[in-house]
Design a protein around this ligand. Structure first.
Ligand code: MYR
Length: 280
């Protein structure tokens, strides 16, 4: 059985890995006024962060249409028997539902939609594992079982410089307690039941980052075989600094750098930092 792996653009997997693992990517879009740009196709991450500074109002984001997804599945049906399609959390985007609906419509290929319940390179971790297994001729059930295993150990925490972007986009839950002090706090955020909620209210960026690294260290200290990613919204120096600090303490843990591209960057704002890890 030939199994394809598909994801959406918010996993922000590098071009090199996409072609190395034959990963199919369906794009989400950012919308400035009347102009819609598919991320990674019509607009690069660098162009986006430049444009957003010049724009009068914040862009909006949109999920791929069912038509686009159906077309991608139909193309895949020419070469594959099944497709595992891994997407950003259904609690923050309608993408997963659109993919599931498209999967019901296509013939000639078995579609396995998978809700990562996260996004960015945390979602990318699932995709890379699935792609490696597909390449090793594993069945869809074996792949889904492994993805469910990953879900048990994966952890993702992030912080933003300004909570208002998340709030305006309606993607921040359970933050009523923070509303009065939105500008003063740098809360650590995470996902619970597919939605973004504050994890802990922390006053400064430095303390918030230290708190996240502290939690990562707790797992790393136990000698677990971890894979870690430091993710930044147009702030590579901060991500590199965290990575170097962590690498110097845990040289045997596999770590990498990734980024929040246009769609996730719209909701988090420049300067956001995320750290995600799971047991390999
Ligand atoms: C859409 O318009 O359907 C896309 C909505 C995307 C919302 C993004 C909210 C922020 C996600 C942060 C992920 C951090 C992972 C470490």
């Amino acid at each position: 059985m030939k199994v394809a792996v598909m994801t959406d653009s918010t996993a922000y997997i590098s071009e090199t890995l996409i072609s190395q693992y034959d990963i199919n990517v369906v794009p989400l879009s950012v919308v400035f006024g009347d102009e819609s740009y598919r991320e990674g196709i019509d607009i690069t991450t660098e162009e986006f962060y430049r444009k957003v500074k010049e724009a009068e109002s914040l862009p909006k984001t949109s999920q791929p249409s069912i038509g686009t997804v159906t077309h991608t599945f139909e193309e895949l049906a020419k070469d594959y028997d099944a497709v595992i399609s891994i997407h950003l959390s259904s609690g923050i985007s309608g993408t997963y539902e659109a993919v599931a609906a498209a999967g019901e419509m296509v013939d000639g290929i078995d579609v396995y939609p998978y809700d990562s319940e996260l996004s960015a390179m945390a979602q990318g971790f699932y995709v890379l594992e699935a792609a490696e297994m597909a390449r090793n001729n594993k069945s869809p059930d074996e792949i889904i079982n492994r993805l469910n295993e990953i879900k048990k150990s994966i952890r993702a925490y992030f912080m933003v410089d300004d909570l208002r972007n998340l709030q305006r986009g309606g993607r921040l839950n359970g933050a009523q307690a923070l509303v009065g002090s939105l500008l003063q706090v740098k809360p650590v955020l995470h996902f619970v039941d597919k939605k973004i909620v504050p994890f802990e209210k922390i006053r400064t960026r430095k303390k918030a980052l230290n708190r996240i690294i502290g939690m990562l260290e707790e797992d790393a200290k136990q000698g677990k075989k971890l894979r870690v990613v430091f993710i930044h919204a147009n702030d590579e120096p901060s991500a590199l600094e965290l990575k170097e600090r962590f690498d110097s303490m845990y040289p045997n843990v596999e770590s990498s750098i990734s980024y929040f591209g246009p769609v996730i960057g719209t909701h988090l704002g420049e300067g956001a930092i995320g750290v995600c890890w799971y047991s390999k």
